[in-house]
Design a protein around this ligand. Structure first.
Ligand code: C2E
Ligand code: CA
Ligand code: CA
Ligand code: CA
Length: 279
């Protein structure tokens, strides 16, 4: 990453590449944002369909820029992955999410678990399991309080190394979920190789579950496959009652989406959970 940065600096100095210059500027702003505490997490509940209860929340990172306002992760996570900032950002996300979870536990929400997204690059680091163990210990939490969401492409870049890192995490007792299942470099063999406990069906299939026969067939097959393999299935992007109804009838385990709650700031999410209201 350092050499990459140097190359970019050289090109910048020579005035050869306006795109790189812009990326460099943006990279410096992102580094400054992380240092100045301008990243924050929002939390979205995952609801168990049998009981109607919230089981865990997913932490989703945002960049609060004084000029631009809240910048969504898709506009800076790819940049962070490219310039090597992702390890620092990822470490901050894990620490902040676990700090918040520990606070919620102290407030009586002691049944709550936390799901955190991991980027491909983070899986390349052999120190990741140790770093996560330390973060859990720092906040007095057990590994079973944490679930890590990985994308299939993440696991694919260096499958052997990723499998080793994930197996160690799983051995510690951290749950793993395969995110965006069915998209990207999706391969069923990952299900066999990786120690995952759940599948998250991509919202592109959930969207059409009540209207598009192909989406409905994909969702039905995914749920059946997951259950056949003793895995939990989460449907993400559930936006209305008709999608929810279809998912219930197909035996989906957990749901997440705007129909229940948008991702919320910590205080607002706690108010929602504390009120006893079913989101
Ligand atoms: P994801 O992990 O698939 O997260 C779900 C995304 O869907 C979130 O977007 C969430 O706000 C959005 N969403 C939730 N419910 C609905 C719904 O009912 N309808 C629709 N249309 N969208 C819904 P967000 O927060 O913008 O995050 C986008 C992606 O950025 C995430 O996709 C994840 O891949 C990545 N990301 C977010 N936080 C982190 C992080 O801390 N680390 C890493 N490495 N990636 C992150
Ligand atoms: Ca996710
Ligand atoms: Ca997803
Ligand atoms: Ca996604």
């Amino acid at each position: 990453a350092k050499a990459q940065g140097r190359n970019r600096l050289q090109r910048f100095a020579l005035g050869l590449d306006a795109t790189s210059a812009l990326a460099l500027l943006q990279e410096n702003r992102l580094r400054e944002a992380l240092r100045a505490g301008r990243l924050l997490l929002h939390y979205q509940p995952l609801i168990d369909l049998d009981s109607g209860e919230v089981r865990r929340v997913e932490a989703l990172v945002r960049w609060n820029d004084p000029v631009e306002g809240l910048i969504p992760p898709e506009r800076f996570i790819p940049l962070a992955e490219e310039c090597g900032l992702i390890d620092a950002i990822g470490a901050w996300v894990v620490d902040e999410a676990l700090r918040q979870l520990a606070e919620w536990h102290r407030q009586g929400l002691d049944w709550l678990k936390m799901a955190v997204n991991l980027s491909a690059c983070q899986l390349e680091s052999r120190e990741l399991p140790q770093a996560i163990a330390e973060a859990l210990a720092r906040h007095g939490l057990r590994p079973s309080h944490l679930e890590l969401e990985i994308t299939e492409s993440a696991a694919l870049r260096d499958p052997e190394n990723a499998a080793q890192v994930l197996t160690r995490l799983n051995g510690m007792g951290v749950a793993l979920a395969l995110d965006d299942f069915g998209t990207g470099y999706s391969s069923l063999s990952h299900l066999k190789l990786l120690p995952v406990a759940s599948l998250k069906m991509d919202r592109s299939f959930v969207r059409g579950i009540d209207s598009d026969p192909e989406d409905a067939a994909i969702c039905a097959a995914t749920i059946a496959l997951a259950h056949e393999l003793q895995l939990n299935v989460v449907a993400e992007g559930v936006e209305n009652a008709s999608q929810l109804d279809k998912l219930k009838r197909l035996g989906c385990d957990l749901v997440q989406g705007f129909h229940f709650s948008h991702p919320l700031e910590a205080d607002r999410l706690a108010a929602l959970l504390g009120s006893g209201a079913r989101p």
